[in-house]
Ligand binder design. Structure first.
Ligand SMILES: [Zn+2]
Length: 371
């Protein structure tokens, strides 16, 4: 089992860190950089458990976790052709069908299985899907949970979190200030900071999306994967997943990753254009609240994921987000505005596609979250 030797390192200072880390960032106080696998996982198809109909079919390919992982049946979501009668190979990976209605369940499920101590308080800062996911898995595992949210967060988003029994901690100020409040609170003993931004387990769980796409396409990779990008765990994790397949020679080429942002808040597009200034990036409000992240802490790693796959960033005007949401719904897929971004990116992508290319759009969050 290759996962046994699994180790992490700091992306900035190379500090080695054992799995599972009990804090989400580099433990050196002067560094606090992001953690990542020391070596990419090398995929081995013999380790798949084909009778397990959720992401735990890949349990032996993920970093070491308990024998009977806590789960709500996340993952193994449908991959469907977008237009069944068309000869264009465009598929949707319907992550809205996860237990709390978004792809974040994969990350929250993995993280909850690394928490040590029954009484440990798990926390995250999020106003939306990550908060709801952690609240649900904390409820499932019996851990108390605090979710730090902007005081101005929409009521509908907070209601789901509260319903799972988590304590909401409203913080005045912007998204960065909420993160700072959670980070400060995490210094208390008995607290596990299940940060969906920083904890490497979150992006590691997202590898399972890549592995599922590969299995569901009949053991091949698509030419393109199109996904919304906010803090980057999906983008980075999907790249790691396909890279692990490439390292083991199950695929020859990596899919080109298309990171989609809202035009009103497109820091990654600015970064790749060389116009991004950390901490000073100005964003406007957007309907795509899941990617309303003006200063993603791991923006450099996100850019690397795009570059290393010869991908692109596409920024979508507000009017086209709503239009895409409606058009997807008219085809039976009810998604929240953020999750409509990949569909909205299709017209911009069209000129780069070859006729036989396979494209996978990741539908990240359910429309019930933002009706
Ligand atoms: Zn470090």
């Amino acid at each position: 089992m290759p996962a046994k030797a699994f180790k992490l390192r700091c992306r900035f200072c190379n500090q080695p860190v054992d799995w599972p880390p009990q804090q989400p960032r580099c433990p050196r106080p002067t560094c606090r950089g992001p953690l990542q696998p020391k070596r990419n996982i090398v995929f081995d198809a013999h380790l798949i458990e084909p009778t397990v109909p959720d992401m735990w079919r890949y349990r032996h390919l993920l970093p070491p976790l308990p024998d009977n992982p806590i789960s709500l049946g996340e993952g193994w979501t449908p991959l469907l052709p977008l237009v069944p009668w068309s000869n264009q190979f465009i598929y949707v990976k319907n992550e809205t069908l996860n237990p709390t209605g978004s792809f974040k369940d994969r990350g929250a499920a993995l993280l909850i299985n690394t928490v040590q101590g029954e009484e440990t308080l798990v926390i995250d800062d999020s106003s939306g899907n990550a908060g709801a996911a952690l609240a649900a898995y904390a409820a499932r595992s019996g851990h108390p949970a605090h979710i730090f949210v902007p005081a101005s967060a929409p009521e509908a988003k907070k209601a789901q979190i509260r319903r799972y029994g988590a304590t909401l901690v409203p913080v005045e100020g912007d998204r960065d200030q909420v993160a700072q409040a959670a980070d400060a609170f995490a210094q208390n003993p008995g607290v596990f900071y299940a940060s969906h931004v920083w904890h490497p387990g979150y992006a590691l769980a997202m590898q399972t999306i890549a592995w599922e796409i590969w299995e569901q396409l009949g053991r091949r990779a698509p030419e393109w994967v199109v996904l919304p990008a906010g803090n980057g765990s999906l983008l980075r994790g999907v790249r790691w997943g396909f890279r692990s397949l490439q390292k083991a020679r199950y695929i020859r080429e990596l899919p080109r990753l298309i990171a989609v942002q809202a035009e009103h808040c497109a820091p990654l597009a600015a970064f790749l254009a060389g116009t991004y200034q950390p901490g000073r990036f100005q964003a406007r409000p957007t309907l795509a609240d899941g990617v309303a992240v003006p200063n993603p802490p791991l923006i450099e790693a996100m850019a690397a994921a795009v570059r290393k796959t010869r991908g692109r960033v596409i920024a979508i005007p507000e009017a086209e987000i709503l239009q895409a949401q409606s058009q997807l719904a008219r085809q039976g897929f009810f998604v929240e505005p953020t999750a409509a971004l990949p569909y909205a990116a299709l017209p911009y992508l069209q000129r780069y596609l070859s006729p036989d290319d396979t494209v996978v759009l990741i539908l990240t969050g359910h429309g019930f979250k933002s009706p």
